[in-house]
Design a protein around this ligand. Structure first.
Ligand SMILES: [Zn+2]
Length: 168
């Protein structure tokens, strides 16, 4: 990822959200971001950017505020399809992790995701509930694509909620 773009995205996704209140407790402040309770995603404001940065972001085509939806079955299918990718192997992922110490952080998320893809059985959502009892993936998952790509690129590791890190 281009360094300039990374800096701009950092301003969007790592805005100050809290200040210390009178009692010493952290209080949420309005930074322009809006959380959608229905999808569990955030619409990120670009109010912290200069006009030049907004223009650069638009020209980059980076998917800020692009919401994608996956069903449980699509997630399982996509994870299993990852195992067929010719350039993905546990050896490659371990090598990328090691290289991350001297280049950009790659975290251990790709390794965990690959192992999850291997371990999860091929199955469909088997009950009427919201969460699958086999793999704990929800029936429907909405993801703010740009934030997930950015946080994976920055080396973030979640260790759970497999569906939201599928974009990894
Ligand atoms: Zn499942």
């Amino acid at each position: 990822m281009d360094k300039g773009l990374f800096k701009i995205l950092k301003k969007i996704y790592f805005k100050k959200s809290y200040i210390k209140g009178e009692n010493g407790y952290m209080q949420r402040i309005d930074n322009g971001d809006k959380f959608d309770c229905d999808s569990g995603t955030t619409h990120y404001s670009n109010c912290s950017l200069s006009n030049i940065e907004i223009l650069a972001l638009e020209q980059s085509g980076y998917p800020v505020n692009e919401i994608v939806k996956y069903t449980h079955d699509e997630c399982i299918h996509a994870y299993k399809a990852l195992l067929e990718h010719p350039h993905l192997s546990i050896e490659n992922l371990l090598a990328a992790y090691i290289c991350g110490f001297s280049s950009f952080p790659r975290g251990r998320q790709p390794i965990l995701s690959y192992l999850f893809a291997q371990a999860v059985p091929e199955h469909k959502m088997i009950n009427d509930g919201d969460v699958c009892p086999v793999c704990s993936i929800r029936r429907n998952v909405w993801i703010e694509k740009g934030h997930k790509i950015f946080s994976c690129y920055a080396g973030s590791v979640w260790n759970e909620r497999w569906c939201v890190i599928l974009l990894n």
